[in-house]
Design a protein around this ligand. Structure first.
Ligand SMILES: Nc1ncnc2c1ncn2[C@@H]1O[C@H](COP(=O)(O)OP(=O)(O)OP(=O)(O)O)[C@@H](O)[C@H]1O
Ligand SMILES: [Mg+2]
Length: 696
């Protein structure tokens, strides 16, 4: 074989395997399912086998959400259901919604009651909240979810097109048509005349609730063709239906199938044809009338969103005239295209509006009509620190920001500040705003029970409806990432950005508010100092050997003390009284007053005794309080020998440097610092210690 030939073969072989690989990735079963086509009769068979394919839009959305499962948890004695759908795992966590479980419960209840036909299906769903509170995110998630659901067998839905050979259609359309898809992608069962539909399915033993499902009439365009063919075939329904080809309906926002978005432009430019379709003027010449459905494009946003969901961005900016279209669409499930009768629609209407827009219209009279027909769900900002942090962790993690790192606590302080701006000042005099934040975050504070936290939440009625939006914080973190030349950002850089951006923040209307936000930045800074001081202290004393030794020493003394014995001095071998000074210097670190010391020592001994009975030995790490006390004591003993403060003066002797390097390595190992960010923290804490401000 010639070499060239061989080469060619080889390359075609490798091409083949590439294609094979491609093919293996592509799921042919799915493709075939999604491109299923059949006759009208085939479709009736499908319905008989599985009536859920005829679900209405609300039922479909509800099932889609429930299919992902739920989790239950108790928050301050309140049972809460978390709907996994909003974790957006199908979309890689993008568009996940955090910390809004209660509003989302209300949202899902809306769908549940609408799915059952209890009345909410006749209302407009209005998400209302401050700017940047995830309203659009929730809407986007529902839309993406519907697209994805419609592609799977569980969410399958169907529509149809007419196929009429040219010669048979010439009286219908002068040039004849071959194919006419239903412009509103209707449910094929709508082709069965309403007066016999229920009876028909009953006779087939198909269980469908006709109060909520399959009670729609054909759209004007299909009705026209249908009537025409009925005439032609002298009322022979089966002949008419032989022109019907049923196919799967895959919802797609990009293709304007079953999912629509409407955003009002300026007031003068609004035109109802955008919602309900428009006359096709070229075709009027052919058909002679503007009320002929053949001369009309049923491509308004309502038409194309049929079977799925329509989103109204900034709904309250809609012109009043539009609003009545909207109200009709929700209340009657009908729209009125120009010159045509009312047309049935099956879709979820989801609007959103921000707080400012809503306030503007509260006293407006047409709002009354709207308010009466909408179900408003408040979407507030997150008020739980851990949840707010998840928003930023999703956006700024190692996968998303390449080549830069984020120092520990950076996202935490940003989130902390954002939440502080949203909280209402506690009415209890002895509770600080920061303490309230911690209580909300599930931390415990002496004197506060789950009930009192519940009370706190209850008494702050507008909490989360004001304050700084996550969008502002996201922008400032991005700024900090790009604007500094180092390859990492730390909390100070981000706090600085957050502060300086306030000068020209468009939503801050008065100086008082700006002043308050700046003060809250100081609160956060203070808290951050405490956090890192604590970390450095722990790193200094994280010397396990020393702690173990100190611990053993303490326990020996406590044992002797409680049993009224003497302790053997390991160096001299002599028996001495227990070392009261040593014991107290440890106990004082965790605020044990002299009056409680006997109790505490007995508790420790009981604990050790109980372990011994089980044949276990004592490990200080299992006793949180003792562990902390030992660490603090060790820190106190060592801080002078390490002389962290000498870092500030830049003259460090060899011995100290060695000790500092150990602390440095521990900070990197235990707290996630990098080589660079750790120096910032050490220097900063050293400067605090240099001020003599050591925390016990
Ligand atoms: N609870 C939350 N969970 C997850 N992400 C959130 C949450 N709140 C806000 N975000 C994030 O904040 C940003 C703004 O959210 P979104 O655009 O959905 O807000 P919006 O309420 O529609 O705002 P606007 O009123 O300005 O239109 C997004 O990046 C979003 O992911
Ligand atoms: Mg939005």
């Amino acid at each position: 074989m010639a070499a060239a030939e061989k080469k060619k073969r080889k390359s075609s072989k490798s091409n083949n395997s590439l294609l094979d690989h491609l093919k293996s990735l592509h799921n042919i079963e799915d493709f075939r399912e999604q491109h299923w086509e059949g006759s009208f009769e085939d479709y009736l068979e499908l319905v008989k086998k599985n009536p859920t394919i005829t679900r209405n839009a609300f039922q479909r959305v509800y099932d889609m959400i429930m299919e992902c499962g739920t989790e239950e948890y108790v928050d301050n004695k309140k049972k809460i259901v978390r709907y996994n759908f909003f974790k957006a795992e199908k979309f890689g966590g993008e568009d996940a919604v955090f910390g809004l479980d209660i509003p989302l419960m209300r949202l899902v209840n809306f769908f549940k009651s609408a799915a059952m036909g209890y009345g909410t299906e006749k209302r407009v769903l209005l998400l209302h909240g401050p700017v940047g509170s995830a309203k659009s995110t929730i809407a986007r998630l529902l839309k993406r979810g519907l697209e994805e659901y419609s592609r799977r067998p569980e969410g399958a839905l169907y529509t149809y097109y007419w196929k009429i050979p040219h010669e048979e259609a010439s009286d219908l359309y002068p040039n004849g048509i071959e194919i006419m898809p239903c412009p509103m992608h209707e449910e094929p069962c709508n082709l069965i005349p309403v007066d016999i539909r229920e009876e028909f399915f009953k006779s087939q033993g198909v269980d469908i609730d006709f109060n909520t499902n399959l009670n729609h009439e054909l759209c004007p365009a299909c009705r026209f063709v249908f009537n025409h063919l009925m005439q032609k075939y002298d009322g022979d329904l089966s002949k008419v239906l032989s022109h019907i080809h049923v196919k799967r309906l895959i919802l797609s926002e990009k293709d304007r199938i079953g999912i629509g978005t409407f955003q009002p432009k300026d007031e003068k430019n609004q035109d109802s044809t955008e919602l309900t379709g428009d006359i096709n003027y070229r075709k009027i010449a052919i058909y002679g009338s503007d009320s002929d459905p053949r001369a009309f494009n049923f491509d308004g946003e309502f038409n194309i969103s049929n079977r799925g969901l329509i989103e109204f961005i900034e709904m309250l900016k809609l012109d009043v005239a539009f609003l009545y279209d909207l109200l009709g669409a929700s209340q009657e499930h009908k729209i009125k295209p120009k010159k045509f009768a009312q047309t049935d629609i099956d879709l979820v209407i989801l609007g959103h509006t921000n707080e400012a827009e809503y306030k503007k219209l509260v006293n407006n009279e047409f709002m009354e009509a709207l308010r009466d027909r909408t179900i408003k769900i408040d979407i507030p900002y997150v008020t739980r620190l851990a949840e707010e942090m998840r928003i930023y962790k999703r956006d700024f993690n190692a996968n998303k920001i390449k080549g830069k790192s984020i120092a520990p606590h950076t996202l935490e302080v940003a989130a902390m500040w954002a939440i502080l701006t949203r909280l209402e000042e506690p009415k209890k005099a002895n509770l600080s705003l920061l303490q309230k934040l911690k209580l909300y975050d599930g931390k415990s504070l002496p004197g506060y029970t789950e009930d009192s936290v519940k009370e706190l939440r209850k008494s702050a009625t507008r909490e989360g409806m004001e304050g700084i939006s996550p969008r502002y914080v996201q922008d400032k973190i991005s700024n900090a990432l790009v604007s500094n030349t180092r390859n990492y950002v730390n909390p100070f850089m981000v706090l600085r950005e957050l502060g300086s951006g306030l000068k020209n923040h468009s939503l801050i209307t008065n100086d008082e508010q700006r002043k308050r936000y700046l003060e809250l930045l100081d609160v956060v800074k203070q808290e951050y100092e405490d956090i890192i001081k604590n970390e450095v202290q722990r790193a200094i004393s994280a010397d396990e050997e020393s702690i173990t030794r100190l611990c053993a020493n303490y326990i020996d003394n406590v044992k002797a003390y409680t049993q009224k014995e003497k302790v053997r001095n390991p160096y001299t071998g002599q028996y001495e009284e227990p070392d009261e000074r040593l014991m107290r210097s440890i106990e004082e670190k965790i605020d044990i007053p002299p009056s409680r010391k006997d109790d505490f020592r007995r508790e420790v001994m009981n604990y050790i005794g109980a372990l011994a009975v089980e044949g276990k030995t004592f490990d200080y790490r299992t006793n949180e309080r003792l562990h902390k006390a030992l660490e603090l004591k060790l820190f106190e003993d060592q801080k002078d020998t390490i002389r962290l403060t000498s870092l500030v003066s830049n003259v460090v002797d060899k011995d100290t440097q060695k000790k500092i390097d150990i602390v440095r390595a521990r900070l990197i190992r235990d707290y996630g610092y990098t080589d660079e960010s750790v120096d910032d923290v050490l220097n900063y804490v050293a400067s605090i210690f240099a001020r003599g401000d050591v925390k016990n």
